[in-house]
Design a protein around this ligand. Structure first.
Ligand code: ATP
Length: 369
């Protein structure tokens, strides 16, 4: 079993930088876990502690049922793929892939079997005699993954493995790594700062900021139920729109007011706002670009949630259009159909799907739902 347990893990570097604070996570066998967050949030440090390349300041790390805090990297049954691939330049692909196994005194026949099996999976059989400098970025990446596969580890650790590849190859390798995960049926822990990679590859995502875990959940769950403004803004592209507003009550209904505009809240959301005491208070509302419409659409029985918005810029992205809008100085992005007729300078009727609005506490940034 390759389940991992991280219990109250802290990492303080010399010089008193606490890079990871009270990290708790149970990783199930065969999960594909993604650690995601902006630069410096502590994801690489966490991965390196799992690998044994960085000492754990306090807390416990278990692989299976074994406490491994003080176990050497080579005895942890893990393999790590680095961002820069870390291939030996003077060795052929075959030797790069077999080197680690030779050191472990595994028989020649067994090494040959493992290298050939991995090469087949990764479609690099024809490159076995080449040196790394004679390979493309994508091919080097495969060799680096191959070197990890031949070790037949219980856990794969990957630190931004796609960041040196061009955009097209990155998309292709993304799918290949997902397929590889299914095929190998082992636990993967993968670090990235790219929310698209996190959304598309992980079975669960761990969103980090300033050394602290913000939220753990499936990509879909985190997208639909972000716990705070940070997660809401980090996951999703184009990012969620945020509007500083005030909650108010009028003739029994709850409205959101900003810049003199008034939007009615849907019944369930209004209830929560009332119950949690936000009526009359400043709040931040969040609405995803796909929940804004460039037309007067009758949404959820609330035809009145329509506001005139000025169009600053339009971007046609193949199958859809991004509209960059302005409502009295509040900038919003809407993601609408490719057939949208809106053009810069127009004033459009913008419909808000109020059943999709998130409401955040202005002080704490927490989602109040
Ligand atoms: P990136 O995406 O930029 O790699 P990250 O989320 O992986 O960022 P870490 O590399 O884990 O972040 O760094 C977390 C914090 O710890 C940062 O503030 C960083 O400057 C600090 N840090 C990392 N390594 C060391 C070190 N060896 N000594 C001191 N501080 C360090």
């Amino acid at each position: 079993m390759a389940n991992l347990s991280l219990k109250h893990i802290y990492k303080t570097y010399a010089g008193n930088v606490t890079a990871v604070k009270d990290f708790n996570l149970e990783i199930e066998d065969k999960e594909f876990i993604i650690l995601v967050g902006p630069s410096g949030c502590g994801k690489t440090t966490t991965l390196r502690m799992i690998a044994g390349l960085e000492e754990i300041t306090s807390g416990e790390l278990l692989i299976g049922d074994r406490l491994v805090n003080d176990v050497a990297p080579k005895d942890r049954d893990i393999a790590m793929v680095f961002q820069n691939y870390a291939l030996y330049p003077h060795m052929s692909v075959y030797d790069n892939m077999s080197f680690g196994l030779k050191l472990r005194k595994i028989s020649k026949a067994e090494i040959d079997r493992r290298v050939k099996d991995a090469a087949k999976i990764l479609d690099i059989e024809h490159l076995m005699d080449r040196k790394p400098k004679a390979l493309s970025g994508g091919q080097r990446q495969r060799v680096a993954i191959g070197r990890a596969i031949v070790r037949e580890p219980k856990v794969f650790l990957m630190d931004e493995p796609l960041s040196n590849l061009d955009a097209k190859l990155r998309v292709q390798m993304r799918t290949e790594i997902s397929k590889l995960h299914k095929r190998l049926a082992t636990t993967f822990v993968y670090v990235t700062h790219d929310q698209t990679e996190a959304m598309t590859m992980g079975t669960r995502i761990v969103v980090m900021k300033d050394g602290l875990v913000q939220q753990v959940g499936s990509p879909q769950f985190i997208y639909n139920y972000p716990v705070n403004i940070f997660v809401a803004g980090f996951i999703g592209s184009p990012q969620m729109n945020f509007i500083e507003s005030r909650a108010m009550e009028k003739v029994g209904r709850v409205f959101i007011e900003f810049k003199g505009f008034i939007l009615p809240l849907s019944h369930d959301r209004a209830q929560v706002v009332k119950e949690k005491g936000y009526v009359g208070k400043d709040i931040v509302i969040g609405i995803r670009p796909e929940d804004l419409y460039d037309d007067e659409i009758f949404l959820n029985g609330h035809p009145e949630c329509i506001i005139n918005a000025g169009v600053d810029v339009t971007e046609l992205i193949g199958s859809e259009t991004y509209l960059y809008l302005n409502i009295s100085g509040v900038e919003l992005t809407a993601r609408v159909g490719a057939q949208s007729k809106a053009k810069p300078g127009d004033v459009i009727s913008l419909s808000f799907d109020m059943s999709m609005v998130h409401i955040f506490d202005k002080e704490t940034g927490q989602n109040i739902f």
